[in-house]
Write a protein of this length. Structure first.
Lengths: 320, 324, 302
């Protein structure tokens, strides 16, 4: 099955300076491919670098090293000016609908901003007409156009954020925890909306989330991240059914299940805390929390390798 | 009849705003037997946190309790003076919050803060208090308690901070622990650790726990009985098994349907409850859920349903209840 | 001094959005008007004072410059509500005309320094790096001087006169404005809606104009109301020390200075302008406090 590659990262690294000439290793040597039309989920716990990876992939923050190619064009090599036309191909939806909309702008102006910035429409009337269409597409009545963000509920605000992201008809949208600030019932509305828009606008999603149940609904493929590195990448169904990386397995086990009958089952819990990205463990970064770690894991970084229909970065995968 | 740690009867509390009175909690009755874990589930703004604050006496202007009674182990709390509440708070009952960072003093080592709580409520000397703090830290699974004793909050991870908060809440051996979204800010693997910790502590010490959460998974894993809240009212209450198996209120069903099952095949679309939470200032004339309810009849729009007993211990605020 | 950081939804914020409570500037001001009577009274007083200063010739029959020698050092009476000075000039008249200069000195240099400070501060905060470093070190140097001393040096060099006072006061005020503007910009720059604008591809200048400045505005309005009295006080001090406004013009500081020698037998000459200074400074401070409470989302919701 040949799939069209939309975005491809090779050896992507992003480090931030930290106190005392140290570095935060947010994203370390990541190879990742996003295919056109798919939803690829980036999963991991807070601080694992998934948001940084998402923003580096769309060149919102510059990579430290490595390359990102979008439809074959190396974005990381482009000048700021040369990159500008690509900006509108890649958009972002934010986590916190309370913080991602300018509190002093009306909904019309918020949604019109991308259109005006890229001079999509000739006249003000045309812009407003487009804004109305966009708001209708995300389920916001056009009567609310003159209102300010705080006059909306969290779910409605997130809809406005979605309208702003699709306004430029981008090819790729990075959804950074788009529903984790919302109530369960509203979550479903937004997830359905995102799925509808994907069909309607022919979108590719990079879906960043810590919530594995949401990811299961949304994603075609999953990439599990731990402390700046990929653990396991592959089809959602396959990985959820037969996780090979121990971290993936623990992650799936840890989700609280909405079934009181399972309550007295003693789960095997992952012990310990996430190590610091300033001073990540040598070898496999998961080895300090992994019950299966060997000396090999402590000394050599496991690379992603093909196994059982997916890629996994674990020396012991398949044997445990 | 079990001994009740907490008995809330007909509690009403709300905010007095410029636009009028906002009834955040409306006629709520709730019981927590000794040693049991009880959950309140609902979406943001449904009043679940207001119940916690009312019980703890933490309502600040313009919020106020306007009626009803709250009894902690038989002692009436409504109407107590601030000073009397202070003696009870942190001693007979304690609370942990969603974001532990905001409830810890950033410029004091955590051990000292915990010791402070102990010195305040119990007549012990500093040395004994320190030993007790270290013992408590060990009990909540903090490794190297001596080292953590002198750490400042910002030096600890979110999970550790929540453990510190739990240790701090537990230090005076309260009869009741209120946990308001205790794991919402934490990662799944850490969440599982903290939930297990709370459950074990309750089992070991016979402490009652009131868990407030929007997450049905957390509720299912933790609770013996569950109250479902919507727009300030209890809409359904039952023991956990009954509630999950024989959900009767359309809102409960809707909530449960929107939880994504990890085992079942993926649906094309998620069942969602349409619409938004009603404005508490202008509640609909009938059932508060009627505008979002797919099964609402004419009666639902004009008449407010009362809680009805469907089976012993299983109450539901719906005219249709029982055949959902 | 990040006065106006955005925060995540709290119970009360959720509540506010649920009952449709609004947060726009106009609504915030109206709410302040309802809640803080002191601030409203101060605003009314200041407006009346400005009107009185403008309409001085209509309000008073006397001349501010030439006095009536026969009426020297008269105590307050029906004819001269605040008495007369050593040249027989009506103190109330001098006070009203002096208000023109004192108020102008309060407002104009403050405005100029705000413009300079905001441009430099926002540039420093948004650009970061060496731009930030250079601008802020310059501001540090300015702030390290005792400001009054600096103003005196400037006045000695340039000579007295109203225009030079404007210049001197603008120069000493901009640094503190720049600091506030910079810290506001830095905290806003981290906010998600600025990131959102960046991800859309909005150019930096436009981000500053459309997103950063409007959201800095509340902080700047408050700062303005606090800097106006400090400029008035500085001018009074300079005039009192003799390097400020020169005769025959009058400003309140100069009046206090000239009345000093008659403090025992004609105290009204000094006391009237002193009281005027005090009232204006207090009024500005009350108004500033009221505005800060009204515009700060944190205080508002608790």
């Amino acid at each position: 099955m040949e799939r069209e590659v939309l975005l491809q990262a090779t050896h992507l690294v992003k480090e931030f300076p930290a106190k005392g000439h140290k570095r935060v290793h947010a994203v370390s040597d990541i190879d990742l491919t996003v295919y056109a039309g798919e939803t690829l989920a980036l999963v991991g716990e807070s601080g694992c670098g998934k948001s940084t990876l998402g923003r580096t992939l769309i060149n919102l923050i510059p990579a430290t090293s490595g390359t990102v190619k979008f439809e074959g064009v190396e974005l990381t090599a482009l000048s700021r000016r040369a990159f500008e036309p690509y900006r509108r191909q890649m958009q972002l939806i934010f986590q916190d609908p309370y913080a991602s909309l300018d509190p002093r702008m009306t909904v019309r102006d918020i949604v019109a901003e991308p259109l005006e910035t890229h001079r999509i429409c000739q006249t003000r009337e045309e812009t407003t007409r487009r804004v109305v269409e966009l708001l209708e597409a995300v389920g916001i009545q056009k009567e609310f156009m003159g209102r300010y963000p705080h006059q909306f509920s969290g779910g409605q605000r997130q809809r406005i954020g979605v309208a702003r992201a699709v306004a430029l008809r981008p090819k790729l949208i990075v959804c950074d925890e788009p529903v984790s600030a919302l109530d369960v019932s509203v979550q479903s509305q937004i997830l359905n909306l995102l799925k509808d828009l994907q069909g309607e606008f022919n979108l590719t999603y990079l879906f960043i989330s810590h919530d594995l149940s949401v990811v299961r609904f949304m994603a075609d493929r999953v990439a599990v991240m731990f402390l700046g590195r990929l653990c396991e990448v592959g089809d959602t169904e396959l990985i959820y059914k037969r996780p090979l990386h121990p971290y993936t397995r623990f992650l799936l086990d840890a989700i609280p299940k909405a079934d009181p009958r399972l309550k007295d089952e003693e789960k095997q819990l992952l012990q310990g805390e996430i190590p610091s990205p300033i001073d990540p463990p040598a070898g496999c970064r998961f080895h300090t929390r992994c019950p299966y770690a060997t000396n090999w894991c402590r000394s050599e970084v496991p690379q992603l390798r093909e196994l059982d229909g997916r890629q996994v970065a674990c020396h012991m995968a398949g044997e445990i | 009849m079990d001994e009740l740690t907490l008995k809330i009867e007909h509690l009403c509390s709300g905010f007095f705003t410029e636009r009028g009175y906002v009834p955040a909690v409306d006629d709520v009755s709730l019981e927590i037997p000794k040693g049991k874990i009880v959950g309140i589930v609902g979406e943001s703004g449904c009043g679940k946190s207001m119940i916690a604050r009312s019980v703890m006496g933490l309502l600040k202007y313009p919020g106020r309790i306007t009626g009803g009674s709250i009894q902690l182990a038989g002692k009436e709390l409504v109407g107590l003076k601030d000073r009397q509440m202070q003696a009870i708070r942190g001693c007979d009952m304690a609370m942990i919050f969603q974001e532990p960072m905001t409830s810890l003093n950033p410029v004091q080592p955590v051990g000292k803060q915990m010791r402070e709580a102990l010195l305040l409520h119990k007549s012990v000397d500093k040395k004994a208090a320190r030993d007790e703090v270290l013992r408590m830290m060990e009990q909540v699974g903090i490794s190297e308690p001596e080292k953590r004793y002198v750490s400042y909050p910002h030096q600890l991870s979110g999970g550790l901070r929540q453990r510190i908060m739990i240790a701090m809440a537990m230090i005076c051996k309260p009869k009741l622990l209120i946990a308001d979204e205790p794991t919402t800010a934490l990662d799944v693997t850490i969440e599982a650790q903290i939930l297990q910790l709370i459950r074990n502590l309750s089992r070991q010490t016979g402490m009652s726990v009131l868990i407030i959460s929007h997450n049905l998974g957390v509720i299912a894993e933790m609770c013996d009985s569950v109250y479902v809240m919507y727009a300030g009212k209890i809409v359904e209450q039952a023991d956990a098994l009954t509630l999950f198996d024989q959900r009767s209120h359309p809102y409960t069903s809707g909530l449960m349907a929107s939880v994504i099952d990890l085992e079942a095949p993926v649906a094309e679309r998620l069942p969602a409850i349409g619409g938004v939470v009603p404005n508490l200032l202008h509640l609909p004339a009938g059932c508060a859920f009627a505008p979002r309810c797919s099964r609402a009849s004419e009666r639902c729009k004009t008449e407010r349903p009362e809680l009805r007993e469907l089976a012993p211990g299983h109450l539901c605020r719906c005219f249709e209840g029982g055949n959902a | 001094m990040a006065l106006f950081k955005s925060k995540k939804a709290s119970i009360s914020e959720e509540l506010a959005s649920q009952i449709g409570e609004s947060q726009t500037l106009g609504v915030q001001l109206r709410r302040m008007a309802r809640k803080n009577k002191m601030a409203v009274a101060s605003a009314v007083f200041l407006v009346l004072l400005v009107l009185a200063a403008i309409c001085a010739p209509i309000l008073t029959p006397y001349d501010a410059i030439t006095g009536d020698p026969m009426q020297r050092l008269q105590a307050p009476s029906a004819a001269h509500l605040l008495g007369t000075d050593e040249n027989g000039r009506d103190v109330l008249t001098r006070l009203l005309y002096g208000a023109r200069i004192s108020l102008a000195v309060g407002v104009i240099p403050t405005l100029v320094s705000m413009v300079i400070g905001v441009i430099l501060g926002v540039a420093a905060g948004y650009a970061g790096g060496w731009v930030d470093y250079v601008i802020m070190r310059l501001a540090d140097v300015m702030l390290a001087f005792p400001s009054l001393l600096l103003a005196m040096v400037i006045m000695y060099t340039l000579g007295g006169g109203v225009i030079n006072i404007f210049l001197a006061l603008s120069l000493i005020e901009w640094a503190s404005v720049a600091r506030v503007a910079r810290s506001e910009t830095i905290s806003l720059k981290e906010s998600e809606y600025i990131q959102a604008a960046q991800s859309i591809g909005v150019r930096p200048m436009r981000i500053i104009w459309r997103h950063i400045l409007p959201n800095c505005l509340p902080a700047l309005i408050v700062l303005f109301t606090l800097n106006v009295p400090s400029a008035i006080l500085s001018e009074s001090s300079l005039s009192f020390l003799g390097v400020g406004v020169q005769l025959p013009n009058s400003s309140w500081g100069l009046m206090v200075n000239l009345g000093r020698q008659f403090l025992y037998n004609a105290p009204w000459i000094s006391l009237a302008p002193s009281a005027a200074i005090m009232l204006v400074v207090l009024g500005c401070n009350f108004l500033g406090d009221g505005l800060r409470d009204a515009l700060d989302p944190h205080l508002n919701n608790d």
